[in-house]
Write a protein that binds this ligand. Structure first.
Ligand code: ADP
Ligand code: NA
Length: 330
């Protein structure tokens, strides 16, 4: 496969993906499997940096995989797997821990943010070194590009630094990857507070569209989306964040451009826009949700697909690990 190799991961802890996860990330993954040799994983090793209930973690890992398949990842065209199914991540992770400076790791802003939330006693060493596990995740597959949001750029920079250091010390072993910053083509905002990003960590789920909810519940959320006191359907994120968010969602799901939508809704109030977005979403999510439920209803088939994905991943990962161990003297 001569297509450029990409690698990306998603945490299983979300439960249902929300519309922001889909439009901001997962949809790009689906597009990239055509043009790239794409490796995608559900990063359950990363999930336990914060305490998890075992039964729920197991369930949400399967749910994440089923949602990725339902969204259109095709196991024939990409490599989809669960991180913990390969011992190689933890094994290379240890070597990378020994290649990373303590000060270097201490500068990771995601760690500072996340550990601030956990408090000193709640912060695990795993949370501290999770960016280093990410280094191993990426280098194991010799990924050339890492599609990430801006918030993960620093971790890809760390990966580059560690890869270059290893290559300089032991001889060329790793592809030095570059970040492929996914400019959130569709950054989606909370329907009740359209100045805040739609997020699983939002204090309330009232403004969040969870893809696995009953579509009727989501349609109702769209119909009661917060807008403004004006009357004109116009894209103006500054003054009309709620209306603009609805236009972006409509456009992302239908491919109709925002100016075309403004034209279409000329002379109409916000009500018809909300109703139409609710309909557009329902039409998209219903078949998506049915596909996900089908995967969940057939655990043997899901297991088979994930085992096959792990096998494809291992074919690459084991070669990298063996070479690395050889270089360091194991
Ligand atoms: P959350 O913010 O809900 O915790 P994650 O941080 O797990 O979501 O994000 C998973 C992926 O979804 C990331 O690539 C992130 O950039 C994308 N994403 C999350 N929320 C949004 C949003 N509101 N709009 C667009 N993309 C988003
Ligand atoms: Na987040």
């Amino acid at each position: 496969d001569r297509r450029p190799r990409v690698l990306s991961g998603i945490q299983p802890t979300s439960g249902s993906f929300h519309l922001g996860n889909y439009l901001g990330a997962v949809r790009q993954w689906v597009a990239l499997q055509e043009s790239h040799d794409a490796f995608y994983m559900v990063v359950d090793l990363h999930a336990i940096t914060i305490p998890q209930d075992p039964a729920r973690l197991r369930e949400s890992t399967r749910l994440a995989a089923a949602q990725l398949l339902g969204a259109g990842l095709d196991p024939e065209r990409c490599t989809l797997f669960v991180q913990s199914h390969l011992a190689e991540h933890a094994q290379l992770g240890w070597v990378m821990n020994c290649m990373t400076g303590f000060g270097e790791a201490s500068r990771m802003t995601q760690f500072k943010d996340k550990s601030a939330k956990q408090g000193a006693e709640g912060t695990t060493v795993g949370l501290f070194t999770y960016p280093v596990l990410q280094v191993a995740d990426i280098l194991l597959y010799q990924a050339e590009q890492v599609p990430v949001g801006e918030d993960q750029r620093q971790h890809v920079e760390l990966t580059r630094d560690v890869a270059e250091r290893f290559n300089a010390r032991y001889g060329h072993t790793f592809t030095v990857p570059r970040p492929r910053i996914v400019r959130e083509t569709a950054k989606i905002y909370d329907l009740q507070d359209p100045t805040a990003k739609m997020s699983k960590s939002a204090p309330s789920a009232k403004g969040r569209i969870d893809l696995m909810d009953d579509p009727k519940v989501s349609a109702k959320k769209f119909r009661s989306a917060v807008t403004d006191t004006g009357t004109e359907v116009r894209y103006d994120p500054e003054n009309k964040p709620g209306v603009s968010n609805l236009l972006v969602i409509h456009s992302a799901l239908t491919g109709i451009t925002v100016p075309e939508l403004e034209e279409k809704f000329t002379g109409q109030l916000y009500g018809p826009l909300k109703t139409e977005v609710a309909g557009v979403f329902t039409d998209w999510v219903t078949p998506f949700r049915n596909r996900v439920l089908e995967y969940l209803d057939d655990p043997a088939e899901l297991d088979r697909l994930l085992a096959r994905g792990a096998e494809k991943a291992r074919a690459v990962a084991s070669v990298t690990l063996r070479e690395t161990y050889d270089r360091v003297g194991f």
